[in-house]
Ligand binder design. Structure first.
Ligand SMILES: Nc1ncnc2c1ncn2[C@@H]1O[C@H](COP(=O)(O)OP(=O)(O)OP(=O)(O)O)[C@@H](O)[C@H]1O
Length: 286
C-alpha cells in the first residue's frame, strides 16, 4: 500500500481555511492597581467582532477601571490586552476606537460650540485645529442628528443641560465611525425618549458590524441589543454569559456628576482623542 505524504494529506483536507479573526478586545488576566491598591484581580474579557457586551456590577466593582485600562488610560500591572489583534503597547489605530467616559462636567466649562466639540472627536490632539473637510462636516452633522442635537450645532456647549451635553459627547464618539465603541454609563442623566433614540442608534451600528462594550447598571431600553453580560464583583469576573438585567443589588448607586475635567494625560482622555476642554470656540461647524 502506497504511503501518503504530508502533501497528499493537505490535498485530501482541501484548501487551508482562513484563521478566525482576532477578537476585537482580548484582555487576559488583567490586574490593575490604583493608589497602591489592587483594583482588578486577573480579569479575562474577550470580545469578538460585532458583539454587544454589557459590563455590569455594583459601585466600585472595577467597571470603569477595566474600560479605562482597555483604552490605554491605566497601565495594567499584570496580564495583557490586545485590541484588534495588536498588543496595547503597540496599538496605534485609535481612530477605530470611540470612547465615552463616565459623565463628567468637562463640557460645561468649554468655550466651544456643539459642532466643535463633536468635530474634536474626529481628529488627533495635534491636528484638531486643522481645517475641516466636507466629509468631516457631514460626519459631525450626521452624528448630531443621530442623537437629536443637530438643531443645537452652533450653540455654546455650556448652554446645554447635563443630559444634552452627554448626548453631544456620545455624538463626538459616533462621529469617528468607530469599529469599537466603548461607553461608560452612557445613559446616565439621559431622558427616556433620548435613551430609546440612543438604543436605536446602537442597534443600527451593531447591524453594521460595530463592536460595542457598554458599562451599565441595568440594561433598560438597551436589553434587546445586548448579546452578552459580564458582571464584575470586587475586581473579578463573577458572571459571563447570556444577558441578565442586573449585575448585583446596588442600592447606593450615585452617578459621579462632579468628576474633574478631562485634561490630556488624565484618565478621561485616551490616546488619539482630543480633550474636550482644549477647544477654543474659534471655528464653527454649522
Ligand atoms: N484614580 C484612582 N485612584 C485610586 N483608586 C481608584 C481610582 N479610581 C478608582 N479607584 C477605586 O477603584 C475601585 C473601582 O472603581 P471603578 O470606578 O472602576 O468602579 P465602578 O465599578 O466603575 O463603579 P461605579 O459603578 O460607581 O462607577 C473603587 O474602589 C475606587 O475607589
Amino acid at each position: 500500500m502506497a504511503r501518503r505524504s504530508a502533501g497528499d494529506a493537505a490535498i485530501a483536507a482541501g484548501p487551508p481555511e482562513d484563521p478566525p479573526p482576532a477578537p476585537v478586545v482580548d484582555a487576559q488576566q488583567v490586574t490593575v492597581s490604583l493608589g497602591g491598591r489592587r483594583i482588578l484581580h486577573g480579569v479575562d474579557l474577550e470580545v469578538p467582532g460585532g458583539q454587544t457586551v454589557a459590563l455590569l456590577g455594583a459601585n466600585g466593582s472595577g467597571k470603569s477601571t477595566l474600560v479605562k485600562t482597555i483604552v490605554g488610560l491605566y497601565p495594567p500591572d499584570g496580564g495583557g490586552i490586545d485590541l484588534f489583534g495588536t498588543p496595547l503597547s503597540a496599538f496605534k489605530a485609535w481612530e477605530r476606537v470611540g470612547y465615552v467616559p463616565q459623565r463628567t462636567t468637562a463640557a460645561a466649562g468649554v468655550p466651544a460650540t456643539v459642532g466643535e466639540v463633536v468635530a474634536s472627536g474626529l481628529l488627533s490632539p495635534r491636528s484638531w485645529m486643522a481645517r475641516r473637510s466636507r466629509g468631516d462636516r457631514s460626519a459631525v452633522r450626521e452624528a448630531l442628528a443621530t442623537v437629536g442635537m443637530l438643531d443645537r450645532i452652533a450653540d455654546p456647549v455650556a448652554s446645554l443641560s447635563g443630559g444634552q451635553q452627554q448626548r453631544v459627547l456620545i455624538a463626538r464618539a459616533l462621529a469617528r465611525r468607530p469599529d469599537l465603541l466603548i461607553m461608560d454609563e452612557p445613559m446616565a442623566g439621559v431622558d427616556l425618549v433620548s435613551q430609546q433614540t440612543f438604543a436605536d442608534t446602537l442597534a443600527d451600528l451593531s447591524r453594521h458590524g460595530t463592536t460595542i462594550l457598554l458599562v451599565l447598571h441595568e440594561l433598560g431600553p438597551l436589553a434587546p441589543l445586548i448579546n452578552r453580560t459580564v458582571v464584575l464583583r470586587a475586581g473579578t469576573v463573577r458572571y459571563d454569559g447570556a444577558p441578565i438585567e442586573h449585575g448585583e443589588p446596588d442600592h447606593d448607586h450615585v452617578h459621579p456628576h462632579a468628576a474633574p475635567p478631562n485634561r490630556p494625560g488624565t484618565p478621561e482622555c485616551p490616546p488619539g482623542h482630543a480633550p474636550v476642554e482644549a477647544l477654543s470656540g474659534k471655528e464653527g461647524m454649522g
